[in-house]
Design a protein around this ligand. Structure first.
Ligand SMILES: Nc1nc2c(ncn2[C@@H]2O[C@H](COP(=O)(O)OP(=O)(O)OP(=O)(O)O)[C@@H](O)[C@H]2O)c(=O)[nH]1
Ligand SMILES: Nc1ncnc2c1ncn2[C@@H]1O[C@H](COP(=O)(O)OP(=O)(O)OP(=O)(O)O)[C@@H](O)[C@H]1O
Length: 732
């Protein structure tokens, strides 16, 4: 089901006003809880306890309440007080003061010319990811708590960037205490210099992060932390919180979904390049030189390089997203929604999925701390987030982030409805019912000798409930899947045997049984669905399917993300790409954590044929990055501040693009020859020298500047003069 922000009316279809339907209570709704039990054959005892699923995701570590109701935490954002700088996607800026940074590091704002011409500010571009040697992951001896399954499976599946096996995670509520003796380096010695020069609050932020995830003890991450501290020294958010706090929170979100040290470090540095003195060269130099003495020198080198690549990708992504975001904010029509849709497909296709992860984490934290902004801005960002970032999270399968983003957007866009619905649900919503139902069903299955692979439970998110009510014009009482269980069994006949058990445990709600196994949906979706009444007399949806059916439902034509997106038309390569990215980023990690006690052969059987981001030729999930790829490319055209996305055949050139849209001589016949020279298209912020240059996925082509009456040369010179003057006045 696709629920674009702009499509949600304040009043439900059919005149249903949610506020009039819902009773008034004071407290807010706590939902999104997921629970699971795995493999009654393997280790049912270990799994019988109530435990949230999606272990690699934040479900494991935060209470459902914490997840649903992002607290402002005293933090706020200000999107208008930042100095002129490279346009960023979010505009969740900060109040900057650069008075205290190291004099040896020269800060210089990006030239307005650069802003004018696009936002890729890097002076030295990093090599594309596919040229980086494959296994660049740091492997440290500090890895503790390795799990056989995680090692074998995630290591293969997630390739180089999700490092779920590397860091034992703090037990929920356990405060994440880490034994310093376990660490393979002397943190004190390593970071003492940086620490000595850091702001007093920095230490607390680091310790806070370390208490939440052990990866923040990693020396590479610690170094990135102090680099971020240096880069953002003196920068405060509008709330008065140090900007560094945002970097740390972004990195913590990444750590909690199982990102490795490089990604977490890039999360810490994600704003550094745009907002401070830092350049890619600086990062590369620092991270190579700084780590050269370490035992794993080679890894350090690669990791530094990798970090640069990643930071580069993030910056590129930020610049592309900035256009996209602006676009989404300025344009609300359905046709532009389609454009935005193409754009975020393109973003997924063109970049390393890790950069999207970082961008999403950045946005999630910004949205969690949105409260201090004026309502109009909250709503603007909420709309934009629903249009762009939620679909990205959905496609990547990071449901916890998707749901958190949706809920916070809902809260800001429809505060009354949010309050009323959450108040209502806080009374009817019952997490304990889900966990006790899991236990009950688990026992019954065991007694009857039905083996199963996973038994999971979840509470439907607030926003999902709201959307469903709108879509189906239903009341809250009509929504039967607020509480749901999903059982994955081994054989098709077990589906029916399990169904009988379910109906034996709880009375069936009339006319709710759907046999999509005997009668698959047109998209191939197969599963048994029933709704029963729990002991507490609450409707409980139970879905029963085999693993094969489940894979189809998650990854095949009937994939859940596509089911949720409804009628969007995507070309096949995009589908493959999204499925691949999703496979890699999320699902396996979740599944693995769900099936912690399952046998490794289960894991092996669904291992993808090659590690991300590189694919073997035979990889069925391969996409645009593959060498033989000749499919279409999506290109962004910027013209007169209008952005459009064009799909061109693979290997198209700039000349082909100009033919398609009408070349400069056709477009601007009245310009003089010299001006026409100026009007040459620019590709990714550089003048196009060779019109036969091949276009790549996500390339940004500028066709015509905003001004029309003035020679561009004069315009540029004037801006440069103003810029230089500003620099000399401010003494930067
Ligand atoms: N992946 C995937 N899941 C599906 C698909 N169709 C249904 N589901 C899942 O099954 C649930 C219930 O689907 P149905 O039993 O068909 O119910 P419905 O008619 O959509 O509406 P309700 O019964 O009101 O939920 C959905 O909420 C999804 O979780 C599909 O095509 N793909
Ligand atoms: N009964 C269930 N048990 C466990 N997980 C479920 C169940 N139903 C859906 N899910 C999962 O919960 C997540 C959130 O789904 P959500 O409730 O928002 O939508 P949905 O139930 O799939 O669709 P719809 O809102 O159209 O009914 C998805 O990952 C989905 O696969």
């Amino acid at each position: 089901m696709s629920v674009p922000a702009v499509a949600i009316p304040a009043v439900a279809p059919g005149g249903l006003c949610l506020s009039s339907r819902l009773s008034h209570c004071s407290s807010e709704y706590d939902q999104n809880a997921r629970f699971s039990s795995c493999s009654n054959t393997a280790a049912s005892s270990a799994s019988s306890s109530r435990k949230p699923i999606h272990g690699g995701l934040s479900y494991l570590f935060s209470s459902p309440l914490a997840r649903l109701l992002p607290t402002a935490a005293g933090s706020s954002l200000n999107d208008e007080v930042s100095p002129p700088r490279l346009d960023r996607s979010d505009e969740f800026g900060s109040s900057f003061s650069y008075s205290t940074y190291s004099p040896s590091l020269k800060y210089r704002e990006p030239s307005p010319i650069a802003v004018f011409h696009g936002s890729v500010s890097s002076s030295s571009r990093s090599p594309p990811l596919h040229r980086i040697p494959r296994d660049l992951n740091r492997t440290t001896d500090s890895r503790v708590g390795r799990d056989k399954l995680l090692n074998g499976f995630i290591g293969h599946a997630l390739g180089s960037y999700l490092d779920c096996d590397s860091y034992s995670l703090p037990a929920p509520g356990g405060g994440g205490s880490v034994n310093m003796e376990d660490l393979p380096f002397d943190l004190e010695e390593d970071s003492s210099k940086a620490r000595a020069n850091s702001e007093p609050y920095a230490h607390d932020l680091l310790v806070g992060a370390q208490s939440r995830h052990k990866i923040f003890y990693d020396e590479f991450v610690v170094k990135a932390f102090y680099e971020a501290e240096k880069a953002h020294k003196g920068q405060m958010r509008a709330s008065g919180d140090p900007y560094l706090q945002h970097c740390v929170e972004t990195a913590v979100l990444l750590a909690k979904i199982g990102a490795d040290a490089t990604v977490v470090a890039a999360g810490l540095l994600h704003d550094s390049v745009d907002d401070s003195f830092m350049t890619y060269d600086y990062i590369l130099q620092e991270f190579e030189a700084g780590l050269a003495d370490l035992v794993q020198g080679a890894h350090a080198h690669h990791n530094g390089l990798y970090l640069v690549v990643l930071t580069d990708f993030v910056a590129l992504l930020v610049s592309k997203m900035s256009l996209l975001s602006k676009f989404a904010r300025l344009n609300n029509t359905a046709s532009r929604k389609a454009e935005a849709d193409r754009l975020h497909i393109m973003l997924l296709a063109m970049t390393d999925a890790r950069a999207v992860l970082i961008k999403l984490a950045d946005r999630l934290h910004n949205m969690m701390t949105l409260d201090a902004l004026p309502m109009i801005k909250q709503q603007r960002f909420a709309k934009e987030t629903l249009m762009i970032f939620v679909p990205l999270a959905n496609r990547l399968g990071i449901f916890s982030w998707k749901e958190q983003l949706e809920n916070v957007c809902f809260k800001h866009l429809y505060p009354e409805h949010y309050k009323q619905l959450s108040s209502k649900l806080v009374r009817s919503f019952d997490e304990d019912m889900i966990s006790s139902s899991i236990e009950k069903l688990e026992k019954a299955l065991k007694d009857k000798g039905i083996s199963y692979q996973f038994l999971t439970g979840r509470c439907k998110s607030l926003y999902s409930i709201y959307s469903k009510m709108l879509k189906k014009n239903q009341t809250l009482d009509d929504i039967h899947d607020i509480h749901g269980l999903r059982l994955i069994v081994e054989k098709q006949e077990d589906c029916y045997a399990a169904l009988e058990i379910v109906h034996g445990l709880w009375p069936e709600v009339d006319e709710t049984f759907k046999d999509y196994v005997a009668h698959p949906k047109v998209n191939g979706y197969r599963s048994l669905h029933t709704v029963v009444l729990s002991q507490e007399s609450l409707p409980l949806e139970v879905q029963i399917r085999t693993k094969e059916m489940h894979l189809q439902a998650e990854f095949g034509i009937a994939a859940h993300w596509r089911y949720k997106e409804g009628d969007c038309q995507h070309s096949s390569f995009v589908l493959q790409m999204v499925e691949w990215a999703r496979w890699v980023v999320s699902w396996q990690c979740e599944t693995l954590n769900m099936s912690h006690s399952s046998s490794s052969s289960d894991a092996d059987s669904i291992r993808p044929p090659c590690p991300f981001p590189l694919h073997s030729h035979s990889c069925p999930y391969s996409y645009t990055q593959q060498r033989n790829y000749t499919g279409p490319v999506f290109i962004i055209i910027l013209e007169n501040e209008k952005m459009t996305v064009h799909e061109l055949p693979g290997k198209s050139t700039v000349a082909n693009l100009l033919d398609r849209v009408g070349g400069i001589h056709i477009r601007w016949p009245n310009y003089t020859f010299t001006e026409k020279e100026e009007l040459q298209p620019r590709l990714n912020n550089q003048p196009v020298i060779d019109l036969n240059q091949e276009l790549r996925m996500g390339d940004l082509v500028e066709l015509k500047p905003v001004i029309s009456d003035w020679s561009l040369t004069e315009y540029r010179e004037e801006i440069q003069r103003m810029y230089d003057k500003d620099l000399s006045v401010s003494g930067r």
